[in-house]
Design a binder for this molecule. Sequence first.
Ligand SMILES: Nc1nc2c(ncn2[C@@H]2O[C@H](COP(=O)(O)OP(=O)(O)OP(=O)(O)O)[C@@H](O)[C@H]2O)c(=O)[nH]1
Ligand SMILES: [Mg+2]
Length: 340
Amino acid sequence: MSEVTTLPPIVAAIRESRRALARLLTRIENRAAAAELTALYPFGGKAHLIGVTGAPGTGKSSLVNAMAKAYRAEGKTVSILAVDPTSPFSGGAVLGDRIRMRDLHGDAGVFIRSMATRGNLGGIARTTLDMIRALDAADFDIVLIETVGAGQSEVEIASAAQTVIVVEAPGLGDDVQAIKAGILEIADILVVNKADNPGVESTLRALRAALDLGHRAERIMHHGKLMTIPAAPVVGEDSAWQTPIVQTVATDGTGVPELLAKIAEHRTYLRESGVQRLRERASLSAEIEERLRDLLLARLIEQIGAARLQATIERVVERQIDPNSAAQALLTESRGAAEP
Ligand SMILES: Nc1nc2c(ncn2[C@@H]2O[C@H](COP(=O)(O)OP(=O)(O)OP(=O)(O)O)[C@@H](O)[C@H]2O)c(=O)[nH]1
Ligand SMILES: [Mg+2]
C-alpha cells in the first residue's frame, strides 16, 4: 500500500504487526507512550467503539465473543479490550480470555487484550482511553470494550465508547442489577442475556419500567462527573434514540444478529443526529480539563517543595491553620517562588 509510506512509523508498525501493537499497549499501561499517542491521535476516529458493561456474571465475555464472531463473519476486523477494575488477579478478564481463546484463537482479524489493572480508578479510565485510541489508530473496524459495571469508574470506562451496551441477565437476584448500580442511564442498548434461563419476562418488565421512568436528555459519565449534554437536534418528533432491549443467548449466538443490527442503527443515529459530535466534544473537554488539573497540580507541588508542603500539613494537623487557608497560602507562596 502506498498509503503506508506516509504514515508515522508507530502507526505503520501497529497496523502491520500485532506484536508492535501489543508492545505499544504495554507502554501505554506503563504510562510511557506519550510521544506515540501524540503521533497516532490524528489517525483514529474510524473504528466503531462499543462498550459492553454489566454486573459480574451476566455473560459479557461470552457476548463480546459472540459479537466478535458475528462481526468477523461480516468481514470486519475486531479488537477486544477487557478491563476489570474490580479484581486485578481473579475472575473477570481472565475467565473471559479463556472463553475467547477457545473460540477466537488463530483468527488474524481479531486482537484481544485484557488490562491488568493497577493504580487508581481515574488513572485506569485514562489509560483505557489511550489504549482505545491505539486500537482505533491500528485500523480495526470494531473496538469492543468490556468492563464490569460495578461503580462509577467502570461506567466511565464503558462510556468512553460511542455505543454503550448494558448487559443484564435473569436470575442473578431479585432485582435488576443495572438499576441498582445506576448504569442504566448510560445504556444506548440494553441486552437481556441468558434469555434461555427462567425469569426473563420479569427482567424485561423491570427494565421496560425503568426505561419509561428515564428521561431523554443525553447523558455521559466522564472522569467521575455525570454530564448532561443537550439532546439531539431533533429533525422529526421520533428521531431521538429510544433505548431498545435485545434478548440474547450469548453461548449459542441467539439474538446476536439482532444486536448487531441495533448497533448499526445506533451508529447511524449518532452520526445523523449530530449526537456523536456533541458527546465527543463534551468528553474531550472534560478530559483536557482533567489533564490540565493534573499538570497544574504537579507543577505547583514541585514549586512549593515537599518540605514546605509537609510543614504546612503539620500545621493543619495541629489546628494552627485550616485546610482552605493552608491551600491559599501555599498557592500564594508558590507564585512568589515561581518568580525569578
Ligand atoms: N445459559 C446461559 N449461560 C450463559 C449465557 N451467556 C453466558 N453464560 C454463562 O455464564 C457464565 C458467565 O459468563 P461470562 O461471559 O464469563 O460472564 P461475564 O459477565 O463476562 O463475567 P465477569 O467477567 O466475571 O463479570 C459462564 O459460565 C457462561 O458460559 C447465556 O446466554 N445462557
Ligand atoms: Mg467477563
